[in-house]
Design a protein around this ligand. Structure first.
Ligand SMILES: [Zn+2]
Length: 106
């Protein structure tokens, strides 16, 4: 059971630890897809198109870009939630009613 908000006594609170994990996962996923898409469908650069190995190298580039984009996305998602964390110990919660973040000692 989540604790009620310490400001508005709303029961609609979410666990920030869970939100951080979700943020990292979605951030990584979005970053991966975005970077892979951009490197696959961005206009061809220079002599790469003339190479017989073009499709393979293009996909390799997309995979590398996607992986690094995923790492960047995960870091961004992590930072996004991290700044909501109140200082102190205990489980961090975020009230969806008033946006108040607080910690509850278990
Ligand atoms: Zn509240």
């Amino acid at each position: 059971m989540p604790p009620p908000c310490s400001r508005c006594v709303s029961q609609r609170v979410i666990n920030l630890e869970t939100a951080r994990k979700l943020g990292m996962v979605t951030g990584a996923l979005v970053g991966t897809l975005q970077s892979a898409y951009v490197s696959l469908y961005s206009p061809a650069r220079g002599s790469l198109t003339a190479s017989p190995h073009f499709p393979l190298s293009r996909i390799a580039v997309a995979v590398v870009a996607g992986a690094s984009g995923g790492i960047a996305g995960a870091a961004a998602g992590h930072r996004l939630v991290e700044h909501l964390f109140p200082p102190g110990d205990g489980t961090p919660w975020l009230c969806l009613g008033c946006g108040h973040a607080f910690r509850e000692l278990a």
